[in-house]
Design a protein around this ligand. Structure first.
Ligand SMILES: Cc1cc2nc3c(=O)[nH]c(=O)nc-3n(C[C@H](O)[C@H](O)[C@H](O)COP(=O)(O)OP(=O)(O)OC[C@H]3O[C@@H](n4cnc5c(N)ncnc54)[C@H](O)[C@@H]3O)c2cc1C
Length: 464
């Protein structure tokens, strides 16, 4: 549905306080909300999960270094001192741009509408399996706390299964780990599985030698971490190989099942890899809300479902609606936390400017560089032409991650977890439960939606 251009809201547009609805409490939504703390507005932040997730450290939850609570504080708690915010735990499933309402479903299955004067949508992106969603059953992604706990269960469970297995070939399959995608997430998770097997687990097992585990990293491109440039990319590759990770570039995973993966190599041949644990760290798909907003406003969407926004991050014909962060496309900006945070601040400052009667300004991104950890004490950093690697790179990584972790308590316990894991050989978060591994698949098979299913007593697992 196409709608006529709406006027940008100003201070006298309504007599009541200006209502801002923020969809998503990730980096974009949280920074947008915080930037409105002294503004004469009423903010409603809606998220389908109760926590703000620090995604860059998900791989540490997946490999037992940190607990989920350390990287995912409750949004309500983070915003407890901001009096002009109401937090709603609900999933947004419709936006009416003409009526200026957002419709969301609460945990009890009830739908409700929230009216807005300004809307900031920061719903992020999910994993893309490039048209093969069936792979997800055996190769979980790395986007949510659910994913990280499932991956942790699968990795630790594989060593347990190998210890039980009598047959040598089957044991090898349990001790073979496939990671798909050579970007920062794939590299970080592969490096940590290498550390787990070589530093952490060897003394805990009697029948198997965890240090003989194979970690295979597949990437379709010419090099891993290609965005960091040739020098840092090849340094990272050397460090990873030192951790025992086998890197296969020019290799595309074309099939995944319970027992392994099919991989098409640079020579075009498809080879079978017997591996019980597969982790998918390749490809993103923007939130479905991006497509919904694009259809409603006439904006374009790219192949990965990102909505093309105007230079001030608003939608065509709707200056009061902003799409920010991982779900939008603007000037080829990357899907990183810094873009989402800066756009969140920009959208909120635009709302404040307009309330004062000032015009909006285009968004300008200040590139603060990028980084990836390879293993303990080893990281690569690219910042305004400066390239750091090794221990110095790791110190820079440490500083940035501590600075951006939300909450003092989280910082303190995180340092404890890192000390245990990096200086010692311990990993405090190694609890393994069946639910971690099979819950996602079981819920899907029951026909249910994973959104807070089962919390409300009158909600059936199988919707009509
Ligand atoms: C494993 C991993 C590692 C990463 N490492 C780095 C890194 O090292 N450095 C870096 O800069 N970036 C990194 N990123 C990228 C960075 O995390 C994202 O760019 C950033 O989180 C985007 O912020 P966002 O606000 O757009 O979306 P998100 O932070 O994903 O937040 C989206 C929020 O919207 C909510 N939501 C979604 N749909 C709905 C709905 N329909 N209704 C209600 N709520 C909804 C979600 O629950 C979520 O809370 C990493 C990402 C991942 C997955």
């Amino acid at each position: 549905m196409e709608s006529a251009p709406a006027p940008a809201p100003t201070a006298d547009a309504t007599a009541d306080p200006h209502r801002v609805v923020v969809v998503g409490g990730g980096f974009g939504g949280l920074f947008a909300t915080r930037f409105l703390r002294r503004a004469p507005v009423e903010v409603t932040l809606v998220d389908r999960v109760n926590h703000h997730l620090f995604q860059p450290l998900l791989y540490q939850v997946a490999t037992g270094i940190l607990s989920e609570g350390q990287i995912a504080p409750p949004i309500r708690n983070v915003l407890r001192r901001q009096r002009n915010v109401q937090v709603e735990l609900a999933e947004v499933d419709a936006v009416d741009l003409d009526a200026r309402t957002v419709t969301a479903m609460r945990a009890d299955g009830q739908h409700f509408a929230i009216p807005y004067d300004s809307l900031i949508v920061a719903a992020g992106a999910g994993q893309s399996y490039f048209g093969h969603d069936e792979f997800s059953r055996w190769a979980p992604g790395m986007k949510t706390i659910n994913d990280a706990l499932e991956v942790r269960g699968r990795i630790l469970g594989a060593f347990e299964m190998a210890e039980l297995e009598e047959d040598e070939e089957k044991r090898r399959a349990w001790l073979t780990f496939v990671v798909v995608g050579g970007g920062p997430t794939g590299v970080e998770i592969a490096g940590q599985i290498g550390e787990l097997s070589r530093r952490v687990l060897p003394k805990d097992f009697r029948r198997i030698e965890p240090q003989t585990a194979r970690v295979l990293l597949f990437d379709g491109g010419k090099a891993i971490l290609a965005g960091f440039g040739d020098r840092l990319s090849s340094k990272a590759a050397k460090e990873l190989e030192h951790q025992g990770v086998e890197i296969h570039t020019g290799s595309i995973v074309t099939g995944v099942n319970r027992y392994g993966a099919d991989v098409k190599g640079p020579d075009g041949e498809v080879r079978r890899v017997e591996a019980r644990t597969k982790i998918w760290a390749a490809g993103v798909q923007a939130s479905p809300l991006a497509k919904m907003l694009a259809e409603a406003s006439g904006a374009e969407c790219d192949r990965a479902g990102h909505i093309a926004v105007l230079p001030d991050c608003s939608l065509p014909g709707h200056p009061e609606v902003f799409a920010i962060g991982d779900m939008m496309a603007l000037d080829g900006l990357p899907g990183v936390a810094e873009v989402a945070m800066q756009q969140g601040i920009h959208a909120s400052s635009t709302i404040k400017r307009r309330l004062k009667g000032d015009a909006s300004k285009p968004f300008h991104y200040r590139d603060l560089g990028s980084m990836a950890t390879i293993s303990r004490f080893r990281a690569i950093v690219s910042f305004k032409g400066i390239r750091l690697s090794g221990f110095v790179g790791w110190l820079a990584w440490l500083f940035v991650h501590l600075a951006f972790l939300t909450g003092f308590r989280d910082r303190f316990t995180t340092i404890l977890g890192w000390t245990l894991s990096f200086i010692g050989r311990g990993r405090s978060e190694r609890t393994l439960t069946v639910q971690q591994i099979i819950a996602r698949v079981a819920i899907e098979e029951a026909g249910g939606r994973p959104f807070l299913l089962g919390l409300a007593s009158d909600q059936s697992a199988k919707p009509d």
